[in-house]
Ligand binder design. Structure first.
Ligand code: GDP
Length: 328
């Protein structure tokens, strides 16, 4: 029997890599797509991976329970991956109510749709290391207390606990993956790794002369999205639902991540990086460092790509993309 998966946020970075992984496993892949007025651009990541015509897209929105009920009824999924969110931390201060409606209450909408229409399906919630915020332990694991530092993190915390609650209240197979930052050439341009790889490519090609950044002393535990979607899938293959931290166990400053990117194309970052307080946040998460011992032991999961390989892949992809756009 072919397994069916339903993914919210299928047009995002993780949705695209997860679709690719599931298609490789023989799944029929369905996704929820929020139609915008910019028709035809929503699926650019799926096109980049060459899988846009292999997935089935359904119009819907995490804020619209009736659309989710209809989609779950129509598709009859075995597995549901809830990846959709307002996912950019900095924007969450500018749109705190939207962030709460989608990133927090949207999770309840998806869980309700599953509870009513497909209670035997397995559910994955995309929780976030941002929930640890002002860290309470040097290495964050499943038992580390949370301390959110942004409207985004507060909303993700609700999504995490409502997932745990539906598991305990209704016996749903609902798991929560507390994923640390994960990046790739498909990362949105507003996130710092991709902002850096894009700028480095432009500077190298003579199209730009500076890169304006905020707090480059912040430290993150960065992994590759391709590795992390594998962990999502593994969680839903377990007999029992549970919560797992997914991380590399290495933390690096934004400054040193930048140095890798500039160094890869033979440039010195000091000549190009300008600190711009406009990119400082009202409250910062200074450092994140994950302990994925449980995922390694129970899921047999381990990351395959280190930061150096990740950042050089991203810079190379941006150089190629910008050259291609220049030819058009
Ligand atoms: P986040 O961990 O989900 O907030 O991921 P981001 O990639 O957006 O930010 C990672 C860290 O980089 C945060 O501590 C930011 O404050 C820091 N940072 C420094 N300069 C910038 C910038 O220009 N853009 C972004 N997005 N982050 C920056």
């Amino acid at each position: 029997m072919t397994k069916r998966a339903l993914i919210t946020g299928i047009t995002g970075q993780d949705g695209a890599y997860l679709s690719q992984w599931l298609l490789g496993k023989g799944y029929e892949v369905h996704g929820v797509i929020r139609r915008s007025s910019h028709r035809g651009v929503e699926d650019h990541r799926l096109r980049w991976l060459g899988i846009a015509d292999k997935v089935h897209l359904h119009d819907g929105d995490l804020g619209d329970l009736s659309s989710l009920l209809r989609i779950v009824q129509d598709t009859g999924p075995d597995e549901i991956y809830n990846l959709a969110a307002q996912s950019f931390v900095a924007s969450s201060w500018r749109q705190p109510v939207l962030t709460a409606n989608i990133t927090a209450v949207g999770v309840t909408n998806m869980l309700e749709a599953m509870r009513i229409e497909a209670p035997r399906a397995r559910f994955y919630q995309a929780s976030s290391s941002e929930m640890f915020g002002l860290i309470q332990e040097p290495m964050q694991r499943e038992t580390t207390p949370f301390y959110p530092r942004s409207p985004y993190a507060a909303a993700k915390l609700y999504g995490h606990w409502i997932t745990v609650n539906y598991r305990e209240s209704f016996g749903l197979h609902a798991s929560s993956g507390i994923l640390f930052n994960h990046e790739s050439p498909l990362r949105g341009i507003e996130f710092v790794t991709r902002k850096v790889s894009d700028a480095v490519a432009r500077i190298k090609l003579g199209l730009s002369r500076e890169l304006r950044l905020g707090n480059i002393d912040a430290k993150r535990d960065w992994g590759h999205a391709r590795d992390y979607v594998r962990a999502m899938w593994l969680m839903l293959q377990q007999e029992k639902p549970d919560d797992y931290v997914v991380a590399t166990g290495v933390t690096t400053t934004v400054r040193d991540m930048c140095r890798i990117a500039f160094g890869h194309v033979g440039l010195e970052m000091e000549k190009y990086v300008v600190i711009d307080p406009a990119f400082y946040r009202p409250a910062e998460v200074d450092v994140l460092l994950g302990d994925a011992t449980k995922a390694r032991a129970r899921l047999g999961w381990a990351p395959e790509t280190d930061l150096n390989a990740l950042i050089t892949e991203m810079v190379d992809a941006d150089v190629e993309r910008i050259k291609r756009e220049a030819r058009c």
